[in-house]
Design a protein around this ligand. Structure first.
Ligand code: ZN
Length: 369
């Protein structure tokens, strides 16, 4: 996404390289948006998946946002195209493993990867529990191989019926603390509401899972308020449109709810018209806990380093503020203090050394709510 080869390459490259060196945390990354194009082509050829082409460049416009007009529904359409690749156990394990490998190559040290078991299972009629265990296994293996602390979040698409969602939620509940750390609601927030999922969302905390809900992306600030007040979300996926109502911004600050901001994705879904008008800095100034994440690295052709560079160069976040963003990320991770404390100690040490900034010592025990 970011042109590091352009006329100002000298300066940009050095900042990009610096940001790449920093240990990073990604709390909002979809497995289904992380598939390498080269893997897609190989899987398709090996298993006879019918495609318009097996050439990576020809495939690109089907799975990546290229030069079309930004549009939320066109963005979701990319995921529909990708479903046909979840054709075998090996393909699913491979894409899960590679998603962690790619994060590690970007120096992401803590990754919460989210996936929709119903989506992965649907194409070939796989068993929900089996498909979930394949992803858990592959991500654990990759985490060990590449030195990334990982947690998986189970996504429930809003398009599912209440009964289907309940089945998926129970697969997640049964694996709480054994690979699965949270529950997520994603999908078409314009046409599908949260009400059918009320019971399972209430149950998530009792089962020991964190709860994050995509809101305030395609719909307004009211959806963020609803996710927090009525459904108990710990974190909000995007939530950028909270900025439309100062009372909702104040609610987020007071409640200590964390926003998972994904700048490039916000442009690709037309949630934000220009990066210069992204509300990230406003949220920081209002003491809202914001984090910076990738959402869908493959679909948006981005890395977390690219997103940090965008935050600094295009949105105007200072390097000390970026340090606070990372501190927020560790505070909001769906992990215990035994994971977070040593992680923050290591992050703080490296960030302060590389950027010559000063960051908070402590992580408070729990969120205020
Ligand atoms: Zn998302």
């Amino acid at each position: 996404m970011v042109d590091v080869e352009g006329p100002s390459a000298g300066r940009s490259r050095s900042l990009w390289e610096t940001l790449r060196l920093l240990p990073k945390i990604d709390l909002h990354r979809h497995l289904e948006g992380s598939l390498r194009l080269s893997t897609l082509a190989e899987v398709a050829q090996a298993h006879g998946v019918d495609l318009p082409s097996y050439n990576i460049e020809d495939l690109r416009p089907y799975v990546q946002v290229t030069d079309e007009e930004p549009n939320f529904h066109a963005f979701l359409e990319k995921f529909r195209f990708l479903r046909r690749f979840y054709s075998t156990r090996e393909a699913i394990e491979r894409v899960a493993y590679e998603a962690v490998a790619d994060a590690a190559a970007d120096n992401v040290r803590y990754l919460e990867l989210r996936f929709s078991p119903a989506t992965l299972a649907a194409h070939q009629g796989f068993d929900l529990e089996e498909v979930t265990d394949w992803v858990v296994w592959a991500v654990e293996q990759a985490g060990r191989d590449f030195g990334v602390t990982t947690g998986l979040i189970v996504t429930i698409k809003r398009e599912l019926s209440a009964a289907e969602a309940e089945r998926v939620a129970h697969v997640a509940f049964a694996r709480a603390g054994r690979g699965i750390v949270g529950l997520d609601i994603a999908g078409d927030e314009v046409n599908f509401h949260l009400a059918p999922f009320r019971d399972i969302l209430r149950q998530a905390h009792r089962e020991g899972l964190g709860l994050t809900i995509h809101a305030g992306e395609a719909t307004g600030a009211w959806s963020v308020r609803e996710a927090v007040e009525e459904y108990g979300a710990d974190r909000i996926g995007h939530g950028v449109r909270a900025v439309e109502d100062p009372k909702v911004v104040e609610l987020l600050r007071r409640a200590g709810v964390t926003l998972e901001i994904c700048p490039t994705s916000n442009i690709h879904t037309a949630t934000v018209p220009h990066l210069a008008r992204h509300p990230l800095r406003h949220f920081l100034a209002q003491d809202v806990r914001v984090t910076i994440n990738t959402d869908d690295p493959s679909i948006s052709n981005t890395t977390l380093t690219d997103e940090y560079l965008i935050a600094v160069r295009e949105i105007g976040v200072s390097l000390p503020q970026l340090g606070v963003v990372v501190w927020n990320g560790i505070r909001a991770a769906f992990a215990g203090q035994e994971v977070k404390q040593p992680l923050w100690k290591a992050f703080k040490g490296e960030w302060e050394k590389i950027l010559a900034i000063s960051l908070p010592d402590a992580l408070e025990a729990e969120r205020l709510r």
